[in-house]
Design a protein around this ligand. Structure first.
Ligand SMILES: C[S@@+](CC[C@H](N)C(=O)[O-])C[C@H]1O[C@@H](n2cnc3c(N)ncnc32)[C@H](O)[C@@H]1O
Length: 393
């Protein structure tokens, strides 16, 4: 999506034609509603998912995803991927937590693609996306194992329309294990590049969010991903118009539907290069699940307890962040010193994910450390697994 969407700048609202300069002006222009009949699943997958490293938006999505999903409960009874298109990366990324996965789309061709993947008839190769996900998870699984496990959890493919009531229009495929009815509400609803792409107006976006929220159980989660400030996206010779989304629209629509919009109540928003992800809770309760609280501060306290003498008597030899926080040194720590404490050399994957949280909380230049983190997570695939807590030497 990044690299293909046309972004309107304030001063070129009608003619912001970076894409035209790149030759996209020959694209057939389609309304959002035309996703139903004009979406070509093969062209879409080849444009954005063939190698995750080809599309920046996908890189960001796949990089952020494990961190966002990590905040969900260890076991999630039911998940719905709303407007999945022909993609299965969300179910794959959720396979270790989810017990029953439902997927859905508006376009018949996409639902067919989902069914053919579930039935192992898909011609698209998901291995690259799987290895990207497994690297970030620091798991040792092969793409084949990841997909097999995910397939075994798939319960149904649904025909959905976020502008209709009911949203679930019909069940187009059901697994043999699905003897019960399809749930009316799910513990987790994930929806990526869908709600703002399903419409072209703010009203439409609000309606789409309302529909998505109506499918979530009380106390359940919405995971939303998308692009801010884009008016179109294109692939396979077609340009689809979409709603130009602002962060304020996201917050307003969530609030209107009883979803948490503050960190206190369990809201998390991540953005990078206008791609965003958020995780929010219906009827917002506290999650009590903050890794920063669980890992970063206890370990800072541990460091202080073990190194009290150094911090007090020779603060210049102590960890600069600890010395500053505990008041023995007035010099603000340098960025590199902050990074040393966020990502100590012996950090395990969980600690690195905590570090990602800290970087996101700090924002600004700290956001640029993701690449390095990814490399560290890759390396950790072979070492330090199972270490629950980190220590600061
Ligand atoms: C850009 S694709 C995103 C696909 C996938 N979620 C992803 O992350 O790549 C947009 C998807 O939104 C779906 N969509 C469009 N209008 C919709 C509607 N009214 N209700 C539900 N889904 C819709 C389209 O069919 C399409 O699959």
């Amino acid at each position: 999506m990044a690299g293909t969407e046309e972004k309107k700048k304030e001063d070129d609202v009608d003619t912001g034609t970076a894409d035209e300069e790149e030759g996209n002006s020959k694209d057939e222009e389609c309304a959002a509603t035309e996703h139903r009949d004009k979406f070509n699943p093969t062209a879409y997958l080849n444009s954005f998912y063939k190698t995750a490293s080809e599309d920046t938006a996908m890189q960001i999505v796949l990089f952020f995803l494990p961190g966002i999903l990590y905040r969900l409960p260890q076991k999630v009874r039911t998940v719905l991927d709303l407007g999945a298109g022909p993609t299965v990366y969300l179910p794959i990324a959720l396979r270790e937590r989810a017990e029953n996965i439902y997927t859905s789309d508006y376009a018949p061709a996409n639902r067919d693609a989902l069914v053919s993947w579930i039935e192992n008839r898909s011609t698209f190769d998901w291995d690259n996306v799987c290895s990207w996900i497994s690297n970030i998870e620091a798991s040792m699984k092969t793409g084949k194992q990841m997909q097999e496990k995910t397939r075994s959890l798939m319960r149904a493919v649904l025909d959905v329309n976020v502008h209709e009531s009911p949203v679930v229009q019909s069940v187009v495929w059901k697994s043999n294990q699905t003897t019960e009815n399809i749930p009316g509400k799910f513990e987790v609803v994930s929806t990526v590049f869908c709600l703002e792409y399903s419409c072209e107006t703010l009203d439409g976006y609000f309606r789409a969010v309302r529909s998505a929220c109506s499918l979530i159980e009380d106390g359940g989660f919405l995971i939303q991903g998308g692009v801010l400030d884009a008016t179109t996206y294109n692939f396979g010779g077609k340009t689809f118009r979409c709603h130009r989304l602002k962060q304020a629209h996201i917050l307003e629509s969530l609030k209107a539907n009883g979803m948490a919009t503050t960190a206190e109540k369990g809201y998390k928003f991540i953005t990078h290069d206008d791609i965003f992800f958020d995780r929010t809770l219906k009827n917002g309760q506290k999650t009590g699940n903050s890794r920063i609280r669980r890992y970063f501060f206890p370990n800072l306290a541990l460091y202080a307890e073990r190194n009290e003498n150094i911090i007090v008597s020779t603060p210049d030899k102590a960890n600069a962040v600890a010395a500053y926080i505990f008041g023995s040194c007035e010099k603000l720590p340098e960025e590199s010193e902050i990074l040393d404490i966020i990502f100590p050399d012996n950090a395990n994957p969980e600690t690195i994910l905590t570090g990602i949280d800290v970087c996101l909380a700090l924002g600004g230049d700290f956001l640029s450390h993701f690449k390095r983190l990814e490399e560290r997570l890759k390396l950790l695939k072979h070492s330090l697994r199972g270490l629950r807590r980190f220590t600061i030497e």
